[in-house]
Design a protein around this ligand. Structure first.
Ligand SMILES: [Fe+2]
Ligand SMILES: [Fe+2]
Length: 177
């Protein structure tokens, strides 16, 4: 059972998310998307969980705004499909830093495995804007720029929250003994 961080609904089993699940089911069933579970992204959050968070919030925001919620859900799940550990992978001579090159790698991987429409393509390749200089072409691309940052902030703050909780627990145990 998967859940976006901060959401109480399970993606596979809840009635509230039936439409969302329908949009991304084939991606969630694929080996290549599940491969993202092997890579850590923001502290304790895997690349898969981060992509699921972006996909879910992207879907909610675009649906609320009357934008293309299906493309939002799919591009969110594929936007970081770069499939390497960016902390440990050495950059080759002449290669751009990870932050600037991974959207293109994610797009190439996404296109190799799935049908990606023009809007989804723009969302994936521009999600790091303004780091990637070209202006987003669609409203949905501006939404993913925001939901990607929002999800990263959520993941980092939840990680810090867990650390603080564990620290407080250790202090309490030390005092009690
Ligand atoms: Fe990214
Ligand atoms: Fe991301």
């Amino acid at each position: 059972m998967s859940k976006a961080m901060g959401s109480r609904y399970s993606i596979e089993g809840s009635q509230e998310l039936a439409e969302y699940f329908d949009f991304v089911k084939d991606l969630l069933d694929s080996d290549v998307v599940n491969e993202m579970k092997n890579y850590r992204h923001h502290y304790s959050t895997t690349c898969f969980q981060h992509s699921l968070n972006v996909s879910y919030y992207n879907y909610l925001v675009c649906k609320k705004l009357g934008l293309d919620a299906r493309s939002a859900a799919r591009a969110g799940l594929l936007h970081d499909l770069f499939l390497y550990d960016w902390r440990t992978t050495q950059r080759k001579r002449g290669e751009k830093p990870h932050g600037m090159r991974h959207p293109q790698i994610a797009l190439e991987n996404a296109k190799e495995h799935f049908t990606v429409d023009k809007r989804e393509e723009d969302m994936i390749v521009k999600h790091m804007w303004p780091l990637t200089v070209k202006l987003p072409k669609y409203a949905e691309s501006y939404v993913i720029v925001a939901t990607d940052k929002y999800s990263a902030a959520l993941e980092i703050s939840m990680h810090i929250g867990r650390l603080m909780k564990n620290k407080a627990k250790r202090i309490r145990q030390r005092k009690a003994s």
